[in-house]
Design a protein around this ligand. Structure first.
Ligand code: GLC
Ligand code: CA
Length: 564
């Protein structure tokens, strides 16, 4: 019982995580591609921001069909990023500054250039054949109707042996066969290798997809992602994760977060449940789903604020005392926060600050994606040739080249939703190539880099950077921001998001925090909830300090109070 009520304190609950997409972070040698020595150069910057943990998107050897999420050697560093020596130096630099490093664990699939797959495809009786999912054709076609996350069938025919292999992502990302115990051993050994070097945990790529329903039945749907009900949170997934925990995770003081496509709250409570010995937390996609057109993955719909509040409230309330939340607005797969949920024009700074005030005052571990701390925006992509992402190009081929859809309409949707928006190089200063590289950057720099860059942000006391720094400090100084129990007020209000956090711990005075957020681009009338009685002091906010009382809030105003 005791355990249920009091949230156990751990470092990974108190940590603020910063995600680096190494290809776009900092190029140290002028080839236009970010690299590990570039990361080393910027460690002091990250320390200054105040983050505790760095999650690095994959830096392993890869032919880069999906920018490193297609790994050809799990124990080597990508040539373009540097060497194992550079990696060790980077890790040492992270540790000596009191920070930690999460590796990206991509083990639902490998690259088709991984030695395992090269062996596997070479013959039907090769010892590695069963490392992947091979099936005979059915009536001369694909073994089932599943489609890939990146368009088209999830199967690729291989001439040599006359069978198809499964790939839930690109055809250069064949799915590993988790039913095969030897595969699981290989994965666990590889994890031990990185933990042995001193890494502090893993962000687990599409970890809800490892277990496929035996028999691989045809999916029920006819459009979109067909077949997902047979592999999202599949039949053996919890068994696999518990095995991984028993074999590897439980032996180290590390942090784990699973990226869980298709996760429900009930499933999350299993994945991250206190006593279940699986993972520490998961990334959910309910918030991401909100602004999608249900019939078209690229389409966009307006989101009434109560819908957004409901998603966050549900996760806060239902995980309370049972499992730990992760909190994020964006990552390398999603548009920029301020362009999606805020206002990237007139109120760019205000709205970005407001959105991150929310993230830093909810229960869970917050994740900041690179560039968010200076309020980077979606970029400008004119034609299809401006995009890099395999997801975009596959879809373009399917829908425009082969499907004869209106190219302008699809382009328009892609410009907003494209993952490339988050992947344009980091804007360090207003010099050529935004100070990212002395060479030609692998992806076009956002043209707004002259105004939006780190140098400018560091010089401006009112910048998003300095506010983010203050938010992080506030979180460290106020355990209520980390552990407090959440309660929402005035749910139907269409402009304001209001909530409190209460921390009652044995032998200590209860602490209460009140959070007031204006999500709209116009003024809003704030009526103080009756329950918010007594004196409260202003703790942090993005406008001038104001008392907790009925008043008119500025567009995108955020104000946080501590009850005294
Ligand atoms: C995850 C990654 C994404 C990648 C996919 C396949 O969703 O975040 O970038 O394309 O998995 O590995
Ligand atoms: Ca480089």
């Amino acid at each position: 019982m005791e355990d249920e009520k009091m949230e156990e304190h751990t470092w990974w609950k108190e940590a603020v995580v910063y995600q680096i997409y190494p290809r776009s972070f900092k190029d140290s040698n002028g080839d236009g591609i970010g690299d590990l020595r570039g990361v080393i150069e910027k460690l002091d910057y990250l320390k200054e921001l105040g983050v505790d943990v760095i999650w690095m998107s994959p830096c392993y050897k890869s032919p880069n069909d999906d920018n490193g999420y297609d790994i050809s050697d799990y124990r080597a560093i990508m040539d373009e990023f540097g060497t194992m020596e550079d990696f060790r130096e980077m890790l040492e630099g992270i540790h000596s500054r009191g920070m930690k490093l999460l590796m990206d664990l991509v083990v639902n699939h490998t690259s088709d250039e991984h030695q395992w797959f090269v062996e596997s495809r070479s013959s039907k009786d090769n010892p590695y054949r069963d490392y992947y999912i091979w099936r005979d054709p059915k009536d001369g076609k694909e073994p089932n109707n599943w489609t890939s996350y990146f368009s088209g069938p999830a199967w690729q025919y291989d001439e040599k042996t006359g069978q198809y292999y499964l790939h839930l992502f690109s055809k250069k990302q064949p799915d590993l066969n988790w039913e095969n115990e030897t595969v699981r051993r290989e994965v666990y050994d590889m994890m031990k290798f990185w933990l042995g070097i001193g890494c502090d945990g893993f962000r687990m790529d599409v970890a809800s997809l490892y277990s496929k329903t035996p028999g691989l039945p045809d999916g029920k749907g006819t459009t979109g992602l067909i077949g997902h009900e047979y592999y999202q949170n599949g039949p053996r997934i919890h068994e696999f994760l518990r095995e991984m925990n028993r074999e590897v995770l439980s032996h180290y003081d590390i942090m784990t977060v699973g990226e869980m496509s298709g996760v429900t709250i009930d499933e999350a409570i299993k994945y991250a449940g206190k006593k279940r010995r699986e993972l520490n937390m998961v990334f959910q996609f309910d918030q991401d789903a909100l602004d999608h057109d249900p019939d078209d993955k690229w389409g966009r719909r307006a989101v009434p604020l109560p819908e957004l509040k409901k998603v966050f409230s549900d996760w806060q309330i239902r995980l309370e005392g049972k499992a730990w939340n992760s909190l994020y607005w964006t990552n390398h797969d999603q548009p920029r926060t301020v362009s999606r949920w805020g206002n990237d024009g007139r109120y760019r700074k205000e709205s970005q600050k407001m959105l991150y005030t929310m993230l830093m005052t909810l229960q869970g571990t917050p994740y900041i994606y690179q560039g968010e701390e200076i309020g980077m925006t979606n970029s400008v992509f004119d034609g299809i040739e401006d995009f890099d992402d395999v997801e975009i190009h596959n879809c373009w081929k399917e829908r425009v080249v082969e499907g004869h859809e209106d190219p302008e309409a699809l382009l328009k949707a892609m410009r907003f939703r494209a993952r490339d928006n988050a992947r344009t190089p980091m804007q360090w200063d207003d010099s050529d190539n935004a100070g990212f590289s002395t060479g030609k950057p692998w992806l076009k720099i956002n043209p707004n880099y002259k105004e939006i860059n780190v140098k400018e942000a560091l010089a401006d006391p009112e910048s998003v950077f300095h506010y983010m720094q203050k938010l992080i400090r506030m979180r460290k100084e106020n355990p209520v921001a980390v552990y407090g129990v959440y309660k929402e007020y005035q749910h139907d209000n269409e402009q304001l998001f209001l909530y409190e956090r209460v921390l009652e711990e044995e032998g200590q005075k209860a602490r209460t925090m009140y959070v007031v957020l204006n999500f709209s681009d116009h003024e809003a009338e704030f009526e103080k909830p009756e329950e918010w009685d007594g004196a409260a002091k202003y703790l942090i906010g993005n406008m001038s300090e104001a008392p907790l009382e009925n008043r008119t809030l500025q567009p995108y105003e955020a104000a946080v109070y501590l009850k005294s």
